[in-house]
Design a protein around this ligand. Structure first.
Ligand code: PEP
Ligand code: MG
Length: 325
């Protein structure tokens, strides 16, 4: 079993019938890149930069950030790297940047809301990212986008910083711009968003929380935290289809992307890129190599059409995985 997984390390990710997908790693520091590569990551699908802000009691400088982003891009050696702008707040509080008390921190002043309010901090981060782009294949994504105006505003700030870096005579690479889909309003307007970005990445950790109105960290309501709920699955399908109608890739970087009982459905929905913790990559690649995409499309269609509960969906996935072959 271990030898089989090791053989999968350097391989691409291909289903039993030859359909290709991409398996990427989620990281929180540049120290984790080597580990991700050893575990077969084809890309970095999510670098959670907020940890740069949480690990000290002052803001990271442009130089400090530039060094870290450049390091990650160089280690990845021209494989794709997606870096998320600071997703501060909610489960990742930064006391020196936020009001001491918010009644509903998950619904409050956080993520892109904080970045657009504190443009000074946002511009510093974007400038560091733009400078680092010369050293690899960089995508930037914005967290917790809820409205088109937020996206447009973030892009305007990005374009202004891009123009400044260029007029300073610095080298820049081609940068793709995307959003995280974590808020139901963004799912509902997925077509409109897809027309204005280069990719979308579904953040299921938050999307499930906001769809089910169940705090992702509260054990008392953990039973409502249901990745396989048909309501959640339909939302995911809406996003994937909107991406494909607009000819952009549909990615996922929440925990669900590495869930062995979700991957068959996601493959059937034609998700393009799965980003997960590094340890899940080889088991996921191994699982995908046994799946036939036609059967998974049929499974996905059943989950979208026939079922009204999470347990019915899970039962069908297990039957499809373990009885059919
Ligand atoms: C998510 O919400 O699914 C996600 C990937 O972001 P985070 O877990 O950092 O909130
Ligand atoms: Mg999130």
């Amino acid at each position: 079993q271990k030898a089989l997984l090791e053989k999968l390390t350097a391989r691409r990710t291909v289903s039993n019938d030859g359909k290709e997908t991409l398996l990427a790693a989620n990281i929180s520091s540049d120290d984790e890149v080597e580990f991700a590569i050893q575990h077969g990551a084809e890309a970095i699908g999510l670098f959670r930069t907020e940890f740069l802000y949480m690990s000290t009691d002052k803001l990271p400088t442009e130089e400090e950030q530039f060094t870290i982003y450049k390091h990650i891009l160089e280690l990845m050696n021209n494989r794709p790297v997606t870096i998320r702008t600071a997703d501060i707040g909610g489960d990742k509080p930064v006391p020196y940047l936020q009001a001491p008390k918010q009644a509903n921190p998950f619904l409050g002043y956080r993520a892109i809301r904080l970045s657009l309010d504190r443009e000074d901090i946002f511009r510093t981060q974007l400038r560091a990212l733009i400078r680092a782009s010369a050293f690899g294949k960089l995508s930037i994504m914005f967290p917790m986008i809820a409205t088109i105006e937020e996206l447009r505003q973030a892009k305007t700030v990005f374009n202004e910083e891009m123009a400044k870096v260029k007029s300073d005579g610095l080298k820049v690479g081609e940068i793709k711009i995307g959003i995280m889909v974590e808020v139901p309003s963004t799912v509902i307007l997925a077509d409109q968003f897809a027309a204005e970005v280069d990719f979308m990445s579904i953040g299921t950790n938050d999307l499930i929380q906001y769809t089910m109105a169940a705090d992702r960290g509260n054990e008392k309501v953990a039973y409502l935290y249901q990745p396989h709920n048909p309501a959640v699955l339909r939302m995911i399908k809406m996003v994937i289809d909107a991406c494909h109608r607009n000819s952009i890739p549909a990615c996922m970087c929440g925990e669900m992307a590495g869930d062995q009982l979700a991957i068959p459905i996601l493959l059937g929905m034609e998700l393009d890129e799965y980003s997960m913790s590094a340890r899940q990559i080889l088991p996921s690649r191994s699982l995908i190599s046994t799946l036939d995409s036609d059967k998974m499309v049929a499974l996905a269609n059943r989950t979208l059409s026939f079922y009204s509960t999470s347990s019915e969906v899970v039962k069908d996935v297990k039957r499809t995985l373990y009885d059919d072959h």
